[in-house]
Design a protein around this ligand. Structure first.
Ligand code: FAD
Length: 457
């Protein structure tokens, strides 16, 4: 008999429980990916992620072809397409990864009902796109953890399932028909420095990081110019890497670097379990409501300066330019640019989150919105009024100014500490740089923030 294996955010052949289960019980499988109209309509298919997805699909198809199979790609409504493919190939079952987001849960429910109507069944597999599924660990009196530290304590105790290798052969029935894959990745509106995607590259990147980066992760991960984090986020987002396998490998590697790295992966699951329990947190304040934000109506000039990397604060501008150029930004830079927008400019976090989601190749509703809420003080930060001063942050995390000089060519001739405070240059020198004056006086910004929050003036 035949099973459909529906690929979603798990575009790989290694450590893939749905594929493994289908192959164990069926004579042939249909590896299917649906370009879901619903995902496109929700605006998730931004150019960077669409281009990266094309790479992932091409690589998955190549991997399947090496094993005697191929990838079937269809476009349309996911539920309708899966049912159609099941009918065309005579499949009696569909295997897929659990997701947990509100959108995917609704879709899964619809799919189950539609399949059951024609006597087919749906098997949903846990721990494919996350290490610990949402809802598996909960505190005594709630359906999710609102604070990271106790969550992490429980998360770290959950036994990991075993890791599976890639299958040797994948027999695909003749009748399985899909649309041709694009010959090249689309480049319209993408970042010039966008990295390539796909499982082959993801696995090479994981191995390389294990050899050359992991041991120093705990000491270098916040250093902006060292750029010493794993850059595995997009691979994890598209599931070309299995988070369970990544944790296994890091734990086997051992040491303080690996331990700090695994802790970051727990943040990924943490945000998912929050959003699974509180789907409204994708758009509404999670804990503390604030309604005095400045928005496009009142702060459009400041917002544009932030988006375009011309706020006059060099480290903020470097980060915002990196985002556009690479479709990625260093975590420390994400924190300080989010703090700058929400706390120094007092602009609604949703405006910043939308800009990030447009550009980030790892752009992910749970991680992005909830990290934004964390920094805006509406989410799960236990110190919601913390403000990251961009000058202090720059001195600490880019002490020699190399990060700023890399992304802000106007300041390439300046040394630290001046490179972080170009407004201190004599007026004549400053005018020659072609670099803007600060859009806000930090003390004024802090005053506005404190008045709006009703905290100490
Ligand atoms: P590493 O430092 O090498 O970390 C390893 C992995 O752990 C990452 O690949 C990621 O999967 C996970 N991780 C690390 N930090 C976090 C975190 N704070 N929250 C959740 N997971 C984490 N991450 C996304 O994947 N998608 C997003 O859309 C996203 N938006 C963010 C928005 C803001 C405002 C902030 C402050 C952070 C955001 N992050 C997001 C988290 C983090 O910045 C990125 O995961 C990280 O920078 C990716 O680079 P890396 O792979 O080199 O990370």
């Amino acid at each position: 008999h035949v099973s459909v294996v529906l690929f979603t955010a798990d575009l790989r052949l290694h450590d893939h429980p749905p594929l493994r289960a289908a192959l164990a019980s069926a004579d042939a499988v249909v590896p299917l990916f649906v370009r879901d109209r619903g995902v496109e309509a929700a605006g998730f298919a931004a150019p960077n992620r669409r281009a990266f997805l094309d790479d992932c699909l091409a690589d998955l198809d190549a991997g399947l072809r090496k094993r005697g199979g191929r990838l079937v790609v269809r476009s349309g409504d996911l539920v309708e397409e899966v049912c159609r493919v099941a009918t065309e190939t005579g499949a009696d079952s569909v295997h897929m990864a659990a997701d947990g987001s509100a959108f995917a849960t609704r879709r899964e429910r619809r799919l189950r009902t539609a399949l059951e109507r024609s006597g087919r069944w749906l098997v949903v597999h846990d721990a494919v796109t996350v290490v610990v599924p949402p809802g598996l660990v909960t505190p005594a009196a709630s359906d999710h953890y609102a604070v990271f530290t106790p969550y992490h304590r429980q998360w770290a105790r959950v036994p990991l399932r075993q890791v599976y290798g890639a299958p040797r052969t994948v027999p695909v029935p003749e009748e399985a028909r899909g649309e041709p894959l694009p010959a090249h990745r689309g480049t319209d509106g993408t970042s010039p420095g966008l990295p390539p995607g796909g499982e082959t590259r993801a696995r090479a990147a994981l191995t390389a990081y294990g050899r050359h980066g992991l041991d120093s992760y705990d000491t270098t991960h916040d250093d902006l110019s060292a750029d010493a984090t794993s850059r595995l986020s997009a691979h994890l987002h598209f599931g070309t890497l299995s988070p369970v396998e990544v944790v296994h490998r890091a734990r086997r590697h051992g040491g303080p670097g690996a331990e700090a790295f695994v802790r970051q992966l727990a943040w990924r699951d943490f945000h998912r379990q929050v959003l699974a329990a509180r789907p409204a947190a994708a758009h509404a304040d999670y804990r503390t409501r604030h309604d005095r934000w400045r928005t496009e109506d009142t702060a459009s000039g400041d917002i544009d300066a932030w988006r375009e990397g011309r706020t006059g604060y060099p480290v903020v501008d470097a980060a915002m330019r990196q985002l556009r150029h690479e479709g990625w930004m260093h975590n420390r830079a994400r924190l300080l640019t989010a703090s700058f927008l929400t706390k120094s400019l007092y602009v609604d976090w949703r405006i910043g989150a939308a800009h990030f989601l447009h550009w980030l190749v790892d752009g992910d509703l749970a991680n992005n919105q909830l990290n934004w809420q964390w920094m805006a003080g509406t989410g799960n930060d236990t110190r919601p009024n913390r403000v990251l001063n961009p000058v202090t942050q720059a001195r600490k995390y880019d002490p020699r100014g190399a990060y700023v000089r890399r992304w802000v060519p106007e300041l390439a001739e300046l040394e630290a500490p001046l490179v972080h405070v170009p407004w201190r240059l004599p007026e004549a020198d400053r005018a020659g740089l072609g670099y803007p004056a600060p859009v806000v006086d930090l003390a004024d910004g802090l005053g506005r923030f404190r008045r709006a929050r009703g905290t100490r003036p």
